[in-house]
Each structure stands twice: as structure tokens, then as C-alpha cells.
Design a binder for this molecule. Structure first.
Ligand code: GMT
Length: 378
């Protein structure tokens, strides 16, 4: 099949998922066209079946806000026509689903052909930004106009029906992880640099927005640090980072907290880690937690959104109510101090991640695409 993938090219989970999906589909022989404003971060290396089309947004002194959505829709039209795409898969509703709708109408008017649009909802496009009155009518319309709608968790499906008037069926296709990427390589030398005295390695990775509750991460680590020798790796960047750096100094733990910024080699960092902290206010899924589990890292998370669909309380880690730093800290300390339990939970985490292996999920997307394909066997 010839598939156009529209996504955000950044480190966010929706862009990561869309890029990994495209790469896996290309491996299976499909022709993949990424359409976005920048080369997606995970799109490294050359593949004969992968094409990248950059959306350029011309500026003009009149524009305080350059119209990205129009440039995106026009680029989609070009790519659909020039490469005879079978379908468009839009990841994250805003503005991708509505731009795809516009592109579809233009192609229909020009050629008479109706190009199927599949929209995958990822989280904040529904639970945060999309619900804003400024966007809601367009989001509702473009979701309903999509030929197929998928959500990355049962929770996100429920949230979508709760907050939008959706008249169509939403199919849940869980996010996935490529377990092959997480074959633990011997990284003893790297581990020694981070934890020279064999301290436990705790990790958090996100875009450091308020919703990630970075202050909870720092508070939980402070308590862990008091109870057992530990180091904290903070991966990513965003508005809450200076606050977290301040807290580390206030708590007197700055020597044991490393802010690594945005990182592409998550596999190596996770490979030396013991425990992942994700106390978020909401996660539709928590792809980063799944990646941690694929690297046999135990997860302590909140039970918000779809997190409980992947992190099984008392098995792969622990979950607690949002803001319950007492439970999260106590459970983290308990497991870090009990080597046998830590080992068992690490094993369980990997086993759970296997359920979401890429090889189970890609065929589900392919079957969905086929349902909307022109010939049925494209
Ligand atoms: O978490 C973020 O802020 C980034 C956001 C995104 O759109 O990239 O992530 C969302 O999509 C991911 C991939 O489906 C999910 O794993 C994240 O849980 C979801 N984030 C939220 O729901 C807050």
C-alpha cells in the first residue's frame, strides 16, 4: 500500500508512534510518505520505501500566524496526487485530521477519487487542547468525517465519547513497542559513569509540562534518596525543567540528579535503569512507560487515563492516585530494597511489554487500511 503519514515530528509520543509505525510498515514492503514540517526525530537512516515531504509555510508580513494547516493540506494534496497514495493516516487530531479532510475534498474535486482518511487520537488532542472551545467544533467535525478513527487506549476512547459528539465507531489499537530495540547490551561502563557505587538508577522522561507533575517526581526521588543510595536521570526538556532543577538544589540532592535534556538513545539509558517514575495528571497511554518496561524497568506511575492498561499494579510496578506521593515513594523504596522482588517485577515488566510488541499491532493497522483500500488487495 502507499500510505501518507501525517504527524508531529518531535519527541512526543504521538510522533514517535507514527514514525515507528511508518518504519515497520516500510519494512513490510509498504511505501510510506511522511508529511510534516520537520524530519521526524526517530526517522533516522535511509530506507528505499520511506519518503519524507517537508511542509513549508511561507511567511508574509501580513501574517501574524502563518497558516500551517493550509500549507499542510496543500502538501498532502501534492503528495496524494504525485505518488498516488492509497490513504492518509493522520496522527493527533489537531490540525492533522482537519487538514486531511480538506486535502481529501480537494483531491475528490480534482479527480473524483475519495482518498480514505484514518485518524488516530493520541491524548491531549482530546483531553486538553481539543476540548478547548476554540478548537472543539473543528475537532468534532474532522473526527466524524474521518473514514476510520482509532484511539490508543480504552480510556482515550471513553474520554472521546464523553467530551465530543462522535457519531462513529472508535477502534482501540493500543500503542506498541519494538522489543528488538531493547535487547539489553552490556552497558556496564556506562552504568559505572552514572552510578559509580552501584546506586539504583531512577529515571523520568517527558516533555516537562505541568501535566507530568515533575514536582512529584522530585519529591518521590528525594524520599527514595533518603532511604537508599540512588541516582535520578531526568530525560527531556520543557517548561517545568527549571522548577525541577531548583527543587533538586532546595532538597540538597542536586549531585545525584542529572538533567540529560532531549535524548535519542533512550534504549541505552533505559538499559541501565531500575525504576521509571511517571506520576502524570493524565496519560492516554504512556508510551514512554511501555518503552521502559520493554527494557525491563519497573514502573511507578499514577493510575490516570490509560496507564493502568499497561502498568499492572503489584506486578510490573505500582500505580497510585494522582498526587499520592506517599504511596508512590513507599512502593518505590520497598521494591528497590528487595532485590528478589525487583528482579521479579523487572521480569514481569518485560513480559507485559511483550503483549504490546510491534509484531502484534502492525497487522491490526494493516487490516484496518485494507478495509478502506481501493482494490481491497493493495
Ligand atoms: O505526553 C505528551 O504530552 C505527548 C503526547 C503526544 O501527543 O505526543 O503524548 C500522547 O500520545 C502518546 C502516544 O500515543 C501517549 O503515550 C501519551 O500518553 C499521550 N499523552 C497524554 O495523554 C498526556
Amino acid at each position: 500500500m502507499k500510505i501518507g503519514i501525517v504527524c508531529y515530528p518531535t519527541f512526543g509520543g504521538s510522533g514517535v508512534l507514527a514514525t515507528e509505525l511508518g518504519k515497520a510498515l516500510a519494512e513490510k514492503g509498504h511505501e510510506i510518505h511522511f508529511i510534516t514540517y520537520q524530519q521526524p526525530v526517530r526517522l533516522n537512516g535511509f530506507h528505499t520505501n520511506i519518503f519524507y515531504h517537508e511542509v513549508r509555510v511561507p511567511t508574509y508580513p501580513l501574517f501574524d500566524f502563518p497558516p500551517y494547516e493550509l500549507a499542510l493540506a496543500s502538501t498532502m494534496v501534492d503528495v496524494i496526487l504525485n505518488h498516488d497514495l492509497d490513504l492518509i493516516h493522520a496522527h493527533y487530531a489537531i490540525p492533522h485530521a482537519s487538514a486531511a479532510y480538506t486535502a481529501k475534498q480537494i483531491v475528490k474535486q480534482k479527480t473524483g477519487r475519495s482518498v480514505p482518511v484514518i485518524t488516530t487520537l493520541h491524548g491531549t488532542d482530546i483531553t486538553l487542547v481539543g476540548r478547548d472551545k476554540t478548537y472543539e467544533p473543528v475537532v468534532t467535525f474532522s473526527i466524524n468525517e474521518s473514514d476510520a478513527i482509532t484511539a490508543v487506549s480504552n480510556n482515550l476512547k471513553e474520554e472521546t465519547y464523553k467530551h465530543f459528539e462522535i457519531i462513529k465507531d472508535i477502534e482501540v489499537i493500543h500503542n506498541f513497542v519494538d522489543l528488538k530495540r531493547f535487547n539489553k547490551k552490556p552497558l556496564a561502563a556506562f552504568k559505572k559513569v552514572i552510578a559509580p557505587h552501584d546506586e539504583k538508577i531512577i529515571i523520568h522522561a517527558s516533555n516537562f509540562r505541568k501535566l507530568k507533575r515533575i514536582d512529584d517526581v522530585m519529591e518521590i526521588f528525594k524520599r527514595i534518596h533518603t532511604a537508599t543510595p540512588a541516582k535520578l536521570l531526568m530525560v527531556g526538556d520543557g517548561p517545568e525543567r527549571p522548577i525541577a532543577e531548583d527543587l533538586a538544589r532546595q532538597f540538597g540532592i542536586e549531585a545525584d540528579v542529572r538533567f540529560l535534556g532531549k535524548q535519542e538513545q533512550m534504549e541505552d539509558i533505559l538499559a541501565v535503569s531500575d525504576l521509571f517514575l511517571l506520576p502524570s495528571e493524565y496519560e492516554s497511554f504512556g508510551l514512554v512507560a511501555l518503552e521502559a518496561m520493554a527494557a525491563s524497568v519497573v514502573v511507578i506511575s499514577s493510575n490516570a487515563g490509560g496507564l493502568s492498561e499497561i502498568n499492572i499494579d503489584g506486578k510490573t510496578g505500582y500505580t497510585a492516585n494522582v498526587g499520592d506521593v506517599d504511596t508512590m515513594s513507599n512502593k518505590a523504596i520497598e521494591i528497590l530494597k528487595d532485590e528478589a522482588k525487583l528482579k521479579a517485577f523487572k521480569h514481569n515488566a518485560l513480559e507485559q511489554a511483550k503483549l504490546f510488541d510491534i509484531h502484534h499491532i502492525i497487522p491490526i493497522y494493516e487490516a484496518l487500511y485494507r478495509r478502506y483500500c481501493r482494490t481491497g488487495d493493495c
